[in-house]
Design a protein around this ligand. Sequence first.
Ligand SMILES: Cc1ncc(C[n+]2csc(CCOP(=O)(O)OP(=O)(O)O)c2C)c(N)n1
Ligand SMILES: [Mg+2]
Length: 371
Amino acid sequence: MASKLKNAQLDAKKALEAVEEQFQTLQILNEQGEVVNEAAMPNLTDEQLQELMRRMVYTRILDQRSISLNRQGRLGFYAPTAGQEASQLASQFALETEDFILPGYRDVPQIVWHGLPLSQAFLWSRGHFEGMNIPEGVNVLHPQIIIGAQYVQTAGVALGMKKRGTKAVAITYTGDGGTSQGDFYEGINFAGAYKAPAIFVIQNNQFAISTPREKQTAAKTLAQKAVAAGIPGIVVDGMDPLAVYAATREARERAINGEGPTLIETLTYRYGPHTMAGDDPTRYRTADLDNEWEKKDPLVRFRKFLENKGLWSEEKETEVIEQAKEDIKEALKQADAAPKQKVTDLMSIMYEEMPQTLKEQYELYKEKESK
Ligand SMILES: Cc1ncc(C[n+]2csc(CCOP(=O)(O)OP(=O)(O)O)c2C)c(N)n1
Ligand SMILES: [Mg+2]
């Protein structure tokens, strides 16, 4: 009896190892920009490849400008994105306009490329309610600050799409730290049970503020958490735009075909601080680690790949950079022109029909604000 139990325990360990071995990292472009996995190569036209590069270059500039605007006091909350361009933009690039994005606080680039005007993204950063007034036809929510909450919301949005017969998906993003939250498990489990057309992305940038990924879980990969929910999980090189695109596109196809959700772990890195609110990464990361990841840079490898195909040049890059700077200037002007928000504004947008108690307060504030 005792030995039988011992064998069963050994088998359980083996079973776990067998599962973990299955989660190998998908890579298509290596650090030198060479195709190492022709079979997985996504079907993208030259124009689409150029557009994806354009978006990554543009977003790197947007990140640099946002950091300095924050330092000048011209933006509010900002979570830097440099390093995560492939993870963020190649997954968004695999979507269609009708798909719905539920972002976390670092995922502003995806919703901007999905149609949110940049001026509104700036207003959101400033805590202005106009930044959350998403235009009709732009299928995004404003970024979620509560870690993991967007996973539960995504299961609901995806189920709603399924019930309405919409041929679209809901996609969401969290970080490595987010996978330790209850909401993470509830979201993937519920979506799995109802075969909801959802894509759950984990951007594993190795740290949750200062907590390293190794301290987050005993699991060897974060993608393997999909097993418990009974849904497919995949690890991709998150610095490789082609691998991220291919994995997301395939997940989208499965979802649209009624096969349910997928969990995608992108291995990536944020070059900057956690947010602009005083985090100092040198206190918990070494320069060696930073250098190791910077060698994997998504822009560098994609640029090499495109240059080898004759699809990218220094002039093209300069053009994109100039365009980005100009757009940012214009968007800031628009954000600055937004009316100062009033207490009555905050009240009037909360309810379709205001409760009586609020109505009374509303009248009070209206009176005060008219003076
Ligand atoms: C429920 C909840 N707990 C704690 C926090 C505070 N918090 C903000 S960001 C963060 C770390 C998240 O790290 P990760 O999920 O890896 O995402 P990353 O910032 O690296 O993109 C924490 C703990 C929060 N916003 N929400
Ligand atoms: Mg993280």
